[in-house]
Design a protein around this ligand. Structure first.
Ligand SMILES: Nc1nc2c(ncn2[C@@H]2O[C@H](COP(=O)(O)OP(=O)(O)OP(=O)(O)O)[C@@H](O)[C@H]2O)c(=O)[nH]1
Ligand SMILES: [Mg+2]
Ligand SMILES: [Zn+2]
Length: 345
């Protein structure tokens, strides 16, 4: 074997081994990064960036890096709402030593819409959520069911409590009222708010008090305006929806945690364009349409998708025909199902 080749092969071997070692080290370090509990005083993660996080520690906002052995971007492993232990190095800089085990972690699949076959990556949003508020708005942008039904899947899968909040109630139409009624009928909590005339703000506070909550929804629905009202200042930038498209301008660019009352916090998040649920299994989604499950009786086949099965074999289709379940919810289910089936092919 010529000399350079021998060199190359040992080099490659060593290189691969080092890479492997680095990978297992990262995993191990990451594993002991998470601890069950601690007696030390802890901080709460307010916002994360690539190489540092803003932490509320000892009643002060501090900037902290990850413990130096952990070679992962900060915003890839900790999220607003996380609880961490903080230490100081010799230079008196703060660093995050450990992450306290989470109650839950809210994530969604993010796909690159410019790439045709992109399978998407898991995008974590926030941790330790007690209640999620799905914020929608009347008129600007107009109220649609699509995002609500998709969020309901994700939140139920994560076992999180939720409430639908129709903001801009000052602009509400009869059409909006009909959509909200669909959810009221299936016992999903719905509240109406307006940051213009303060309708429903006290009610919203009553629901969120004592909890760690998060606002989710399209851009321009008023998540930051609601957050400003909760915290009682005009601290967060908000922006008009585009006159032409009635869509928001994606004013908020990163998620951030705010304390607005004793033990009560809210995470304001950037508006999203759409919500991908293609990671769900096609047999799984019907479980999260609770009105299908609460029907009396059973479909002939236990794996019935309530889709192309015959009406005489399917109690969901029968209930649809009788008007017991909402057409809009049923077709919303079918659209999600068809998206998943298309993706599976
Ligand atoms: N009429 C009316 N307008 C509102 C209400 N709440 C917010 N707005 C307006 O809606 C626009 C968008 O509000 P934002 O709070 O920036 O919306 P956002 O959901 O935070 O948007 P992103 O940060 O882009 O996700 C602003 O011009 C607000 O003044 C409301 O209750 N009624
Ligand atoms: Mg905002
Ligand atoms: Zn069926």
């Amino acid at each position: 074997m010529p000399h350079y080749n021998r060199y190359k092969s040992t080099y490659t071997k060593r290189h691969i081994e080092e890479k492997k070692k680095a990978k297992t080290n990262t995993i191990n370090q990451y594993e002991d990064f998470i601890i069950k509990s601690t007696n030390e005083s802890t901080g709460i993660v307010i916002e994360t960036k690539y190489n540092e996080a803003i932490i509320l520690f000892d009643n002060e906002l501090i900037k902290a890096h990850l413990r130096k052995e952990i070679n992962v971007p900060c915003n890839k492993i900790i999220f607003p709402g996380d609880v961490v232990t903080i230490k100081q190095n010799k230079l008196k800089e703060y660093y995050i030593e450990n992450l306290i085990e989470r109650k839950n972690l809210l994530s969604r699949i993010k796909k690159d819409s410019t790439k045709k076959d992109d399978i998407g990556i898991k995008n974590n949003i926030a941790a330790n959520i007690d209640i999620a508020v799905i914020v929608v708005s009347a008129k600007e942008p107009p109220l649609h069911q699509k995002l609500i039904d998709r969020y309901l899947l994700i939140l139920q899968e994560n076992n999180m409590d939720f409430v639908i909040c129709l903001n801009k109630a000052d602009l509400k139409t009869n059409e909006d009222e009909k959509i909200l009624d669909i959810y009221r009928k299936i016992k999903i909590p719905v509240i109406e708010t307006s940051t213009v005339d303060c309708t429903g703000i006290e009610k919203l506070k009553d629901i969120l008090r004592g909890k760690q909550a998060i606002f989710l929804g399209h851009s321009g629905v008023g998540k930051s305006s609601l957050t400003n009202l909760l915290i009682g200042t005009e601290k967060i930038k908000t922006s008009h929806t585009s006159k032409k498209s009635l869509k928001g301008r994606h004013t908020t660019t990163s998620s951030r945690y705010y304390i607005w009352d004793k033990n009560s916090s809210i995470i304001d998040t950037p508006g999203i364009r759409s919500l991908d649920v293609s990671n769900f299994n096609k047999n799984e989604i019907k479980e999260y349409f609770q009105e299908f499950k609460s029907l009396e009786g059973n479909c002939k086949y236990s794996n019935c998708l309530h889709y192309k099965e015959k009406i005489e074999d399917c109690i969901v289709k029968q209930a649809l025909e009788k008007g017991i379940i909402s057409k809009d919810r049923y077709y919303s289910y079918i659209r999600i199902l068809e998206d998943i089936i298309k993706d599976e092919k």
